[in-house]
Design a protein around this ligand. Structure first.
Ligand code: NAP
Length: 311
């Protein structure tokens, strides 16, 4: 795996990370097993991944707690792990979004406690709130950075306009937003702004919740408790069109002796606009499988072919 710098910060992480919303994220996925979640985290670290992407909102602190427990195990060295977490949901206000400086500073302290650590590598504002000027919210995180409690400042689910306001003082190191072969809006205006301002980019839903692994067919259906049941990518004509495109990836993947998921992850990793790719996983075997994506060396032709299929 290759280390990449997160924006202009001093944080370096492997270009493949691990998404942990299914580690203790009981509010997002039904019937999660916490031991399995911890095994997913260990599989990431054991396969050379350094960046763990978590958030308060994944199980209302539970994901952070489970990661904290794994990092206490003798096999792991905190200083070699890059912890990225997020906050904005204010449980004292029924989970309403809160970016006020006081809330964010307390959210950092609370996350440090749950993670059993004395610094957080990347701290994101998970979602923008309605009222707080974005640069004032970021200034609060800048104070936490100056105090050594966080090492890089991130925002997530911010529009380009909101990002520009957040970055008025030049303090934003990284943004995490949705981006995948199926959702490529970020390429138009966001990527050029990030490049110009040396801000890192971490795409979420890189596998489009599993749709880009090639494991689904027209016959697939989802339980009403599954978040995919509400996702337009998994419905009707759009679902069928996506499946046809995914089928076109199979022969390319075969050429590299790879799975479709590995091919897709490697495609993002080759893009200089992408800092760290953070596929999620429910089982350790998925993590091991995804980690092999780093071995793919694309020909320019195949790289472009994939781009064209999903243009
Ligand atoms: P994703 O990475 O697009 O898809 C992950 C899901 O695909 C897994 O949970 C698993 O689900 C399936 N999968 C993964 N590897 C596989 C493999 N090798 N073979 C077959 N299936 C495989 O979606 P995500 O996990 O929701 O998003 C990635 C990460 O981004 C999250 O974990 C989270 O850290 C972050 N995120 C951030 C935000 C934000 O607002 N900032 C929002 C969403 C996500 P099944 O086994 O159930 O199929």
């Amino acid at each position: 795996m290759t280390d990449v710098r997160i924006g202009r910060s001093r944080v370096y992480a492997t270009d493949l990370g691990l998404g942990t919303n299914a580690v203790g994220g009981h509010n997002l996925f039904p019937n999660l097993d916490e031991e399995q979640g911890k095994a997913v985290v260990r599989a990431g670290l054991d396969n050379g991944i350094t960046l763990l992407d978590t958030a308060f909102a994944y199980g209302m602190g539970r994901s952070e707690e489970l990661i904290g427990e794994v990092l206490q195990e003798p096999a792991y060295d905190r200083s070699r792990v890059i912890i990225a977490t997020k906050a904005a949901q204010d449980v004292s206000k029924d989970g309403a979004l809160n970016n006020s400086p006081a809330f964010l500073k307390q959210a950092v302290e609370d996350a440090l406690h749950r993670l059993q650590t004395n610094y957080i590598d990347i701290f994101y504002i998970h979602f923008p709130d309605e009222g707080t000027p974005k640069n004032e919210a970021v200034a609060a995180l800048h104070e936490m950075k100056e105090a050594g409690k966080i090492r890089a400042i991130g925002v997530s689910n911010f529009s380009l306009e909101q990002l520009k306001e957040a970055n008025l003082d030049g303090y934003v190191d990284v943004i995490e937003d949705e981006y995948s072969l199926l959702h490529r809006d970020a390429e138009n205006e966001l990527f050029p702004y990030l490049k110009e301002n040396r801000i890192g980019f971490v795409p979420f839903f890189p596998l489009a919740s599993g749709l880009l692994t090639g494991k689904y067919s027209k016959e697939s259906s989802f339980d009403s408790s599954d978040i995919r049941d509400d996702n337009p990518d998994f419905k009707g004509e759009r679902f069928e069109q996506i499946l046809e495109k995914v089928d076109l990836l199979r022969p390319i993947a075969e050429k590299y002796d790879a799975t479709v998921a590995q091919l897709v992850l490697a495609w993002y990793m080759k893009n200089p606009a992408v800092s760290v790719v953070i596929p999620g996983a429910k089982r350790p075997e998925q993590v091991e499988d995804n980690a092999k994506a780093v071995d793919i060396r694309f020909s320019e032709d195949d790289y472009k072919k994939i781009d064209e299929i999903f243009k």
